[in-house]
Design a protein around this ligand. Structure first.
Ligand code: ADP
Ligand code: MG
Length: 698
């Protein structure tokens, strides 16, 4: 980066030492370059005026011109509310300040024309504008059409760096930019995608000539940000392959063929076959497999995992299957043992609760190669767990395992084992590309035949008795039922009370000896939880009242009704995960979403989506739209990406473009030696050097 852009921010005209301290602290702006990358989040068209009469039809912000006709103060509780009547030729609207009225009041002079800027909101039966921007019309600067709006903080604002103040200092920087901004993208890409130069983009994003230019600037900068992110991810992948290479499995091997031809209880779905082919390719090409397998709940990932592991075994390697909880690990173990009961494959289970002696036997079996498949929890990661020749690791439910844990499994053999990560929470494509950019992605987008779609409905508390009646009739058919309560840290005590109240109500309505009810929650001891869980699994109890501890993976095919209490409090992906606990048998299954009467717009959207569709990928897209990537991937992971302008939720198309272009370049020129790629190489090198934490992984 050139010297000019590296200049400390205090040397910019209009900043000085005091404001510099604030800019660093409040906005992370240390240099000219940082300020230049402090992008506006929207623009206002200051050449346009709306009229008061059109406000009710208008969505978003409006600019008005008129006078103040009346000012009053209302005391509401401890607060004083300032209300001003504002009038133009078409009507009157109230401007309202809930805070800071003291400062505003003296500004509200009569008979002076004001420019007002704000968003009209329906308040009771009439519209008003809360906390508008207000400037005397005389004092408005009229030279510009589009004006950039920046986010600011209270402290910045008090020191003359409200959005307007920030705009002022940025403008003073922007006028010095010409000829100082180096290009980072090759001409070929810019031409092909119609991207404006970096310099023009940085000028236009802050001081756009018009809306078209502002959009061009945003697109160029978003593309650049995503392009380098994708390049970085692909490059990391290349480096890790080159360093190690991967085990080659030349054959599918005997156990695979034997199982496939003689013991497979059903035909694979097209999607399962396709994914197996993709995995097979990875095993043959000498690369190290790092593959993410996405498939909705019930899509048959376990079987794919088994067939994958059998390929490893048939080539003289051992396999491991890791799950996030003991319950899940045991279930996988039982499933595998059952699938393999007529074959000579040795499966072992290792979890935290395996005793010392048994553990030692497992350790031995692993080291002398007697054990072919080890199923377990985190316990597998421990250093004492050593394999004779581990070739393939399958990790179920990625969300609970991080990259670092994957890396620990890699260390279990001199050449790292292949890794297949399975997740049942579909991740929107653009997020998967970015957050798991170092993984290849396979998708099972087809359910096994004959599955009946789960029928989902939304019921209010007032329908409780009808719901109980429905439960009764389903149990009369021999079905089992889950009733799930939310449990959130912030309201833990209250939530436990609700759970217990619910349990009591159900126990009263469904009394012994005819009905038996289980309860499982986080405050119970692990052994008690396990005991209650097993009673339900074995069919000894018909109703399982639980908190979300049952969310992940549990398989009780006879359970056909899922009732989710206070479902407005769950996120979409969680609702979908919970619903996936039913619909596993041959019977028609049901999901009932119970809620209170009052629902926010978002809750309504979530419930509607759940009722409308069973498609996990569709649900994931709606979820992304509602929550944004930070909430879906965890803010920590999201923060790591540090995106300044691109939005993974909204810029999906650009993500794909960036990915395709990055891939194309690395395919043609993996070391970026072509002179045309010099600029990219330089920037990429800087990016990668600035993130040392990656090196420990690859
Ligand atoms: P998930 O992807 O949620 O892990 P599972 O692997 O548990 O799904 O599979 C769900 C159920 O579907 C299991 O009972 C499994 O045996 C069954 N199954 C898997 N593949 C097929 C198939 N091709 N045809 C019929 N049933 C299948
Ligand atoms: Mg599963």
């Amino acid at each position: 980066m050139n010297e000019f852009l590296n200049t400390p921010i205090e040397f910019l005209k209009g900043v000085g030492p005091n404001r510099a301290v604030l800019l660093k602290k409040e906005a992370g702006i240390y240099t000219f370059d940082d300020l230049l990358h402090y992008f506006p989040f929207r623009y206002v068209d200051r050449s346009q005026y709306h009229s008061v009469s059109e406000l009710p039809q208008l969505e978003g912000y409006a600019q008005l011109k008129g006078t103040i006709t009346h000012v009053s103060e209302k005391v509401v509780g401890k607060q004083t509310r300032l209300v001003a009547k504002f009038q133009d030729r078409t009507g009157v609207i109230e401007l309202v300040w809930f805070q800071g009225g003291k400062w505003i009041k003296p500004l509200l002079k009569p008979n002076v024309e004001f420019q007002v800027y704000g968003k009209a909101k329906l308040f009771g039966s009439s519209f008003n504008i809360p906390h508008p921007e207000l400037v005397e019309f005389e004092k408005v600067k009229h030279e510009k059409g589009l004006q950039a709006v920046y986010s600011s903080t209270e402290k910045l604002g008090m020191n003359g760096l409200s959005s307007k103040g920030i705009e002022k200092i940025i403008t003073s920087l922007v006028i010095q930019l010409q000829g100082k901004i180096a290009e980072t993208l090759p001409m070929s890409i810019m031409r092909e995608l119609n991207l404006i130069s970096r310099e023009e983009a940085l000028i236009q994003i802050h001081c756009p000539t018009d809306e078209v230019k502002a959009n061009l600037a945003r697109t160029r900068l978003k593309f650049e940000e995503l392009f380098f992110l994708q390049l970085e991810l692909l490059m990391r992948k290349l480096i890790s392959f080159r360093k190690t290479g991967g085990h080659i499995f030349p054959e599918v091997g005997l156990p695979f063929t034997d199982f496939y031809e003689n013991h497979l209880p059903f035909t694979l779905t097209g999607a399962q076959k396709r994914v197996l082919k993709e995995i097979r390719k990875d095993f043959m090409n000498g690369n190290h497999m790092n593959r993410l397998l996405q498939g909705d709940v019930g899509s048959g990932k376990t079987l794919v995992a088994l067939l994958t592991m059998l390929m490893g075994i048939g080539n003289g390697f051992q396999a491991a299957l890791m799950a996030p909880t003991e319950i899940l690990a045991s279930q996988h173990f039982v499933t595998l043992v059952d699938f393999l009961k007529e074959m000579n494959v040795n499966v072992a289970l290792l979890t935290g609760s395996v005793g010392k002696k048994a553990r030692r036997i497992i350790h031995e079996g692993l080291e002398n190669g007697e054990i072919d498949i080890l199923v377990g929890t985190h316990a597998l990661l421990e250093d004492v767990v050593k394999f004779k020749n581990l070739g393939i690791v399958v990790i179920d439910e990625q969300h609970r395992f991080g990259v670092a844990q994957r890396a620990r499994m890699w260390k279990k053999n001199t050449i790292p084992p292949h890794v297949l990560v399975m997740t049942a929470t579909p991740i929107p494509r653009t997020l998967a590309m970015t957050f798991y950019g170092d993984l290849d992605v396979s998708v099972i987008d087809e359910l096994p035949p004959g599955r009946k779609a789960i029928e989902t409905s939304h019921r209010f508390e007032a329908n409780r008795l009808t719901v109980f009646g429905f439960m009764k009739s389903e149990m009369a058919k021999g079905r089992q039922i889950y009733v799930v309560y939310p449990l959130i840290k912030e309201s833990e005590t209250l939530d436990y009370n609700n759970l217990m109240d619910g349990y009591e109500a159900i126990s009263r309505y469904f009394p012994l000896p005819e009905y038996r009810v289980s309860i499982v929650h986080g405050k119970m001891k692990a052994a008690d939880k396990e005991f209650e869980m097993q009673r339900f699994v074995k069919g000894e109890t018909q109703i399982m009242v639980a908190t979300t501890v049952i969310e992940v993976g549990v398989n009780v095919p006879n359970a056909s009704v899922m009732i989710i209490e206070s479902s407005e409090r769950f996120g979409l992906s969680q609702l979908h995960q919970l619903r996936g606990r039913v619909g596993r048998g041959a019977e028609q299954s049901f999901c009932i979403l119970m809620t209170g009467i009052k629902l926010s717009k978002e809750s309504k959207k979530r419930l509607e989506t759940m009722v409308r569709t069973n498609d996990g990928f569709e649900i994931a897209e709606v979820d992304l739209d509602l929550r944004g990537p930070g909430d879906i991937m965890g803010t920590q992971q999201s923060g790591e990406l540090d995106l300044k302008i691109a939005d993974l939720a909204k810029d999906g198309q650009i993500v794909v473009l960036a990915r395709d272009n990055a891939r194309k370049i690395l395919e043609e020129d993996p070391l970026l030696e072509n002179p045309d790629h010099f600029l990219i190489r330089e920037k990429l090198r800087k990016i990668m050097l600035s993130k040392p934490n990656w090196s420990s992984i690859s």
